[in-house]
Design a binder for this molecule. Structure first.
Ligand SMILES: [Zn+2]
Length: 320
């Protein structure tokens, strides 16, 4: 539209027009530490920089780091990686599911208002460098540009529901999308019911890991509600071969749901990063998987998933 300013995303180094995003890895991690994955933490800035550079060389244009509050999020190091590699990084605020917070963590006792206030502070002022374990610490210069939330296997606990409500408040206040972790692809409709009940538009909701349960009929129902589905199990050979995921993608695109798909890699373990001595690493998406996607669904549909869809979903909307 003539005269309309181009939509922007918020990266850790500031706002950026969506046309500069390129290929978006819509869910990944450059720094992570959680009691749910002991021994698999990663927080070495040099190695994470090397991994991000490798991802960029493979063709990734922008990384969305979906590490939320309390999981070893490192806003200053995200800025350092972005500055060293030139790769734009969108950081996240929000909260994961219960399994990632030890008993007694403040996220269990905080009110919805306090949970929401901290999300909004990360989005409007800058990400808290210590996730409020040291409330005196000054906010980092990097603002979050997306919200992460989480539910459990076929249910959401009461604390998870409070955190989903806080994330909804943050999304409505700041115009950014919410990406929700689904456990093995379950509870998708119910998460959408909860968030839309809090006033969030379906177009602002992304469900992650739905491909852990590659049920094309269920996915079509969710896509028809206007919600984005983020597939991120390419290269998870321990779950199933990539050919199964390619079948799912081909079916979704063939049924007209291509505009609801996003790809991420969700590399949440040290042992999956090449720079830390593991694999498959950040190069897997563009180096190994996407050439196979292009052969299945063609270049136009592939580029929509990689470029156009994330540009629409991660664009910051003016608050209602
Ligand atoms: Zn993740």
């Amino acid at each position: 539209m003539r005269g309309m300013p181009e939509p922007q995303v918020m990266t850790v180094t500031g706002p950026m027009p969506v046309s500069a995003l390129g290929v978006v890895d819509a869910h990944d991690h450059l720094f992570l530490r959680t009691p749910a994955l002991p021994g698999d933490e990663f927080d070495d800035v040099e190695r994470s920089t090397a991994e991000a550079a490798d991802g960029r060389a493979s063709g990734i244009g922008t990384i969305v780091d979906m590490t939320p509050i309390g999981l070893g999020r490192r806003p200053n190091l995200l800025r350092a990686v972005s500055e060293a590699t030139g790769i734009p990084i969108i950081g996240a605020t929000g909260y994961h599911r219960d399994a990632h917070y030890p008993r007694g963590h403040w996220v269990y006792d905080a009110s919805v208002d306090e949970l929401a206030e901290r999300v909004v502070s990360d989005l409007e002022i800058g990400m808290h460098p210590a996730d409020w374990t040291d409330p005196e610490a000054a906010p980092d210069a990097a603002r979050a540009g997306a919200i992460k939330a989480g539910a459990s296997y076929h249910h959401a606990s009461d604390p998870e529901r409070r955190r989903l409500e806080a994330c909804a408040i943050g999304s409505l206040r700041c115009g950014v999308p919410i990406l929700v972790h689904t456990e093995i692809g379950t509870f998708g409709h119910e998460i959408v019911d909860l968030l839309t009940g809090f006033g969030v538009a379906p177009a602002r909701i992304i469900l992650a890991h739905l491909d852990r349960n590659p049920d094309a009929e269920l996915h079509a129902e969710i896509a028809e509600r206007g919600v984005s589905l983020e597939y991120d199990t390419m290269g998870r050979t321990k779950y199933r071969p990539d050919s199964d995921l390619l079948d799912l993608i081909e079916r979704m695109v063939g049924n007209g749901h291509g505009e609801r798909l996003l790809f991420g890699q969700d590399i949440g373990r040290r042992s999956m990063l090449r720079a830390y001595g593991g694999g498959p690493g950040l190069r897997y998406l563009m180096g190994t998987f996407v050439p196979r996607v292009r052969r299945r669904i063609g270049d136009d549909a592939t580029d929509a998933v990689l470029v156009a869809n994330p540009a629409r979903v991660f664009a910051i909307e003016a608050p209602a």
